[in-house]
Design a protein around this ligand. Structure first.
Ligand SMILES: Nc1ncnc2c1ncn2[C@@H]1O[C@H](COP(=O)(O)OP(=O)(O)O)[C@@H](O)[C@H]1O
Ligand SMILES: [Mg+2]
Length: 492
């Protein structure tokens, strides 16, 4: 059995094997080149072939599998968890129970994480993937990571992100031996975890012009020792149109160009083009399944020992978390009265929960910054104190220097303040043009002093180029002569 997902340039059907449960495939293209659309083709075919998948969706698109392009319900059996079209709400603390419920029935599932805060997603996915890891499903599952860098970024920052990345990337690397296949989709090949990418045995590459991403793809080709096999198609990547793709699958000896077929279900990004309004879409019926899954969810959770707070489940809830779960639970009651209104209220309360979580994160960050600021202020105060100590230490030298300059001044008090003759005034004007006026004026007034004294009084460093230029101006124009370390005014 195979998945019919497109056509080759000579009009033949392009297929992938239906059994992807032990395969690792990456789907890479820059934005708007048809990744999500094509991924939808693959998921439609998997659902039709009753091959269960679990797809995480940060971009709120895959619920469209349940709707036909005209807005009417599709008959694909795909349960949607979370998001604004979820059959079952996303609960950040329910990762383990959700994994158990999805393992209990070989169903296709979309986990829409588009409404959740990153913290909630990481928490859920760490537990979810960790739980999958502990089971080997009899019927393999294809784990689909849409916009994969959200969960498996190349650079994970912070322990929460590290934990999530490590749990999810286990599924994507080693999971193949335990009944988990993987399809990772990303619009930035360069930002996806390199371990996961290098483990992928097949690449579906679509339009791509960004150099860093092309380098990543080239790295993959090199690691698979493709030589010139994929070289020509690599050069084509920059000019591929939306929907056009290359499959490189060296272990199957497949290097094929194809175009993803037209979608049978809705790609929500096309709603405007199709003239569909949000209120017009109707999702296919999953009620019977959802009821069973809800039963599974409660059964699994009650099977897990209660924690000290009396809540079911292994994961302890914080007080705030418990309260928020309470907010989310209210609309579920009113859903019986009007499911549409209840869904809207539910979405809003989820958004509020996500915002509250983000606010909490920001407050924590704010606290951390305040603490850093306090440290900086203390360091600055210490630095000022140290500077004062240095000043006090240097005071005797400073006083001695001042005395020395005072003595020079006293040596010719009249010249120090007196008028400067006509002949010198002309030279001072010329000196001003190269910034040597101050040095010259001091020399004219003092008559004789060491070069170091003159440079210092003129505010220049004796070692600097500026002083060298001033001195050279004076000596070359016979305004001064050098006498050892002294500089002496000439008589004009
Ligand atoms: N195989 C295809 N056939 C027809 N149109 C396509 C195809 N793939 C993509 N498109 C068009 O391109 C748009 C962008 O595709 P999408 O899959 O959302 O891009 P991506 O996920 O790469 O950002 C779609 O809304 C659709 O109009
Ligand atoms: Mg997309």
């Amino acid at each position: 059995m195979s998945l019919m997902i497109g056509t080759t340039p000579d009009g033949k059907p392009f297929t992938l094997p239906a059994d992807l449960g032990d395969k690792k495939i990456a789907l890479l293209a820059q934005s708007k080149k048809g990744k999500t659309y094509g991924l939808g083709d693959i998921l439609e075919e998997l659902a039709k072939a009753q091959r269960p998948f679990i797809a995480t969706d940060p971009a709120n698109n895959l619920w469209g599998l349940r709707v036909l392009p005209d807005g009417s319900p599709s008959d694909l059996r795909v349960v949607v968890i979370g998001g604004d079209h979820g059959d079952i709400p996303f609960e950040k603390d329910a990762g383990e129970r959700m994994a158990e419920a999805l393992l209990a029935t070989p169903i296709c599932a979309v986990i829409d994480i588009s409404l959740e805060s990153l913290g909630s997603v990481r928490r859920f996915m760490t537990d979810f993937a960790g739980r999958l890891k502990r089971s080997k499903p009899e019927i393999p599952r294809v784990v689909v990571l849409e916009e994969a860098p959200v969960l498996i970024p190349q650079k994970a920052r912070g322990p929460q992100m590290e934990a999530c990345k490590s749990a999810v990337s286990w599924l994507a690397t080693i999971g193949g031996n335990f009944g988990y296949g993987v399809i990772v989709a990303s619009q930035r090949a360069a930002t996806i975890d390199k371990d996961v990418l290098s483990q992928c045995e097949a690449l579906i590459v679509m339009g791509m012009t960004h150099e860093a991403d092309r380098d990543t793809v080239r790295g993959w080709m090199k690691s698979k020792d493709l030589g010139s096999l994929a070289e020509q198609s690599f050069n084509e990547l920059g000019s591929l149109k939306a929907g056009e793709a290359w499959l490189w699958w060296p272990s199957e000896d497949r290097f094929e160009k194809f175009t993803f077929r037209k979608r049978e279900t809705l790609h929500p990004r096309e709603m405007q083009k199709l003239g569909l309004k949000a209120g017009q879409v109707q999702l296919g019926d999953m009620q019977a399944f959802v009821e069973r899954m809800n039963r599974d969810l409660t059964r699994t959770s009650s099977a897990v020992p209660a924690d000290v707070s009396g809540q079911p489940g292994k994961v302890k809830r914080s007080r705030a978390g418990g309260d928020r779960a309470g907010v989310a639970a209210l609309p579920a009651e009113s859903a019986k009265a009007d499911p549409h209104v209840a869904r809207q209220i539910n979405d809003q309360s989820r958004r509020i929960m996500a915002l509250t979580k983000d606010l909490e994160d920001l407050m924590t960050e704010n606290k951390r910054l305040q603490e850093n600021l306090a440290v900086e202020v203390r360091l600055r105060r210490d630095a000022v104190l140290r500077l004062d100590a240095v000043r006090a230490h240097l005071r005797p030298q400073f006083d001695a220097l001042r005395k020395l300059f005072g003595e020079i001044g006293e040596a010719s008090p009249a010249a120090a303040n007196g008028e400067i003759g006509e002949a010198w005034t002309q030279w001072l004007e010329k000196a001003a043009k190269i910034g040597a006026a101050k040095s010259l004026e001091i020399l004219v007034r003092r008559g004789r002093l060491t070069q170091k004294q003159l440079a210092t009084l003129a505010g220049l460093s004796i070692k600097g180029g500026h002083w060298a230029r001033c001195r050279s101006f004076m000596t070359k124009n016979s305004l001064a002569t050098l006498d050892g370390e002294y500089i002496v005014r000439a008589e004009l």
